[in-house]
Design a binder for this molecule. Structure first.
Ligand SMILES: *Cc1c(COP(=O)(O)O)cnc(C)c1O
Length: 420
């Protein structure tokens, strides 16, 4: 029996049309994968990765050669001089928070130039939450410049708001849960140029979550000073079980390393026992995994648009991250679709997610996540709040074939089943 036997002929026709249409776009993505894979392979060779480097250290983690090599590889591939790549960075939020808070001192200020920061960073920065330990307690200013109505960065407003006294300018590459487009590296380059006109020495930080290896250049290549992200998104390749990274200018990586651990120690210690082999292997396959996820997003965009849904980005738009959004227009279809994504997952496929109210969210949220690594969004997952226009955020996918099968399965359950 073929997988095709389970599906309605009309749906299969749509799939076949979409396959033809997106083939050139998928081929473009294959070129990106090839370029990035070459960069990664070269870095592994340049740093003489040996089998003995994969084992990790214990205790203090002194003289962890494998860890040092992995950090040098991250720096080479992502365009920095040095990096921290650690299992003790517990998530992207932690890595980004350590980087931002490690840069500043009392009297300094952090200005986001891409609108309000990502939800979890708002608490880190004391914009929401009880503010304990937040920058405000330390006399550090936090502000942001709103985006233009079309979702672009407001370069004029940025040039007015940012001054040479601004310590850190922060840029968020991916849209997160906002409705704007994600910022391509070319757009980030324009923002950096605008900032440099008014504040040539201000440190420019990029929240690079979801963006790694989705293009052939990274924000550090176009003038950013420091960036950070999670290892259970792109950079971990689906293999890393935990961790985060911070990469960029050597002096700045050192500066934030004292916030990551404590003054004096910085990045010199920190055991990698049990984690290092997966971190190496994950980064080795990260170009492929990220590319697969983006190819999956292109398929999602094309098929769901073919079925009459409103999607962003469109299938043929430039991509700079993994996120695909789909507006269902009603709660019923959105929930059905998310349930079907869960039922088409490799892990916990027997679970049926239900919308639930969560701390920090006004509306109930539905979340489909059948991943090997808890909450890993490099693996195929879907979530979103139940409110108009009923937008589901689809992201990740370890293999293109899985994303394709899961989307076809979800489309069948939602739009081609008898109880529809
Ligand atoms: C996911 C994400 C983060 C935070 O990463 P976590 O690993 O979930 O803590 C930060 N910024 C953006 C834009 C993200 O998409």
């Amino acid at each position: 029996m073929s997988w095709r036997d389970s599906y309605d002929a009309k749906l299969l026709d749509a799939v076949d049309r979409v396959d033809k249409k997106i083939a050139p776009k998928l081929a473009e993505m294959d070129d990106v994968i090839l370029e990035n894979q070459a960069k990664v392979l070269r870095a592994f060779q340049d740093h003489n990765v040996a089998e003995s480097d994969l084992n990790g250290s214990t205790g203090y983690g002194h003289y962890d050669e494998g860890r040092d090599k992995l950090e040098a590889i991250y720096a080479d591939v992502l365009g920095g001089e040095d990096a921290l790549v650690r299992p003790q960075l517990i998530s992207g939020t932690h890595a980004i928070g350590v980087a931002l808070l490690g840069l500043v001192r009392p009297g300094d200020e952090i200005v986001y130039i891409t609108g309000e920061p990502y939800d979890t960073l708002q608490e880190v920065l004391g914009i929401t939450g009880d503010g304990i330990g937040s920058p405000k307690e330390y006399g550090i200013g936090v502000d942001w410049v709103d985006l233009l109505p079309n979702g672009d960065a407001d370069l004029d407003a940025i040039k007015k708001r940012v001054t040479p006294k601004t310590t850190v300018v922060a840029i968020q590459r991916s849209r997160g849960y906002a409705t704007r487009d994600s910022f391509t590296v070319a757009k980030i380059a324009e923002m950096i140029k605008a900032v440099r006109e008014v504040a040539p020495d201000t440190w420019i930080f990029v929240d690079n979550a979801y963006g790694e290896l989705s293009e052939t250049t990274e924000p550090l290549d176009v003038g950013a000073d420091l960036m950070a992200g999670s290892l259970f998104k792109n950079a971990g390749g689906g293999m890393a079980k935990t961790g985060g990274y911070i990469v960029g200018r050597k002096d700045l990586v050192e500066r934030v390393s004292y916030r990551f651990t404590v003054p004096g120690l910085g990045g010199a210690e920190g055991a990698t026992y049990g984690a290092l082999g997966d971190m190496f292997q994950g980064f080795f396959i990260a170009a492929q995994t990220t590319g697969n996820a983006i190819k999956g997003a292109i398929f999602e965009a094309a098929l769901l648009e073919e079925l009459g849904l409103d999607v962003a980005p469109k299938w043929d738009a430039p991509r700079t991250d993994l996120i695909q959004t789909v507006n269902f227009g009603n709660a019923d279809d959105m929930v059905k679709f998310a349930k079907a994504i869960q039922h088409n997952s490799p892990v916990d496929s027997f679970v049926t997610p239900i919308p639930e109210t969560m701390a920090g969210y006004e509306d109930p949220v539905i979340m489909a996540d059948g991943s090997f690594v808890q909450g890993a969004t490099i693996e195929f997952s879907a979530d979103g709040p139940l409110r108009a226009p009923y937008t589901l955020y689809l992201q990740g996918g370890l293999t293109y074939a899985h994303v394709k099968l899961a989307i076809i399965g979800a489309a069948a359950d939602t739009f081609f089943s008898d109880d529809k």
